[in-house]
Write a protein that binds this ligand. Sequence first.
Ligand SMILES: Nc1ncnc2c1ncn2[C@@H]1O[C@H](COP(=O)(O)OP(=O)(O)OP(=O)(O)O)[C@@H](O)[C@H]1O
Length: 252
Amino acid sequence: MIKIIIGDRIVKSFGEGDEKRNVLDGVSVEINEGEFVAVMGPSGSGKSTLMYALSGTDNVDGGKVVFDNRDLSTASENELSDIRRTAMGFVFQQPTMLKNLNILDNIILPSMRDNRKNAAKISEKARTIMKRVGIAELEKRDITQVSGGQLQRAGICRSLMNNPRIIFGDEPTGALNSKTAEEIMDIFSEINADGTAVMLVTHDAKVAARTERIMFMRDGSIVSELKLPKYDGADMDGRVEKVAVKMREIGI
Ligand SMILES: Nc1ncnc2c1ncn2[C@@H]1O[C@H](COP(=O)(O)OP(=O)(O)OP(=O)(O)O)[C@@H](O)[C@H]1O
């Protein structure tokens, strides 16, 4: 199995002097190409910090992160931003979009920064992705004229523009009702089925139960892991129950 990310004894601390605290306390984690994983844990356990360390968004204070055979711990700021732009996609709880641009323009904006000459091609690609994600008809809408779920779909479209090897989602369904969250998870499942690795940070057992490996964090360490078969639409209740049992076991 090809490992797309290797995090080796990652240490990340915040604070100074007596206040200094390891938020990641020597975390080792590997993510395989095309894998679908989730990170769960109590609030403040270090889930988002781990995601930002693994994606090279934040530097680490100890250990190292290797992405696609490149040691991110020794990469320059420019190299890191190149890697994030070309090989990674990011989806957040609330997509950050510009109010003065319509949905299509928001989706293509990051790609246009690199490649203004290919505007027509980029728009065409965005339209194909929007169709796939179910928001083809919304391209001219203002970002205030769409629902939360539609806006999140647009955020996912934006994250797919550069054919990323992995998508990182930090509570991507956290602001959505359960039906819309399910629809968004359908989209992540489809993206993953096409071969893109997906790593989600979530508090929601139903979201985690869609993935094939769940890492449970506590106090800056991964304390447990649950493996599930790839989701094929069957036995969602059984999967959620397995996640819930683990959550109770570690006291989330
Ligand atoms: N930039 C920062 N400066 C200082 N402390 C920070 C910073 N970022 C995170 N922390 C602290 O690190 C700890 C872990 O934060 P992190 O956001 O990774 O937790 P989390 O598990 O994702 O929590 P939540 O589920 O609430 O989002 C928290 O105690 C947080 O206050």
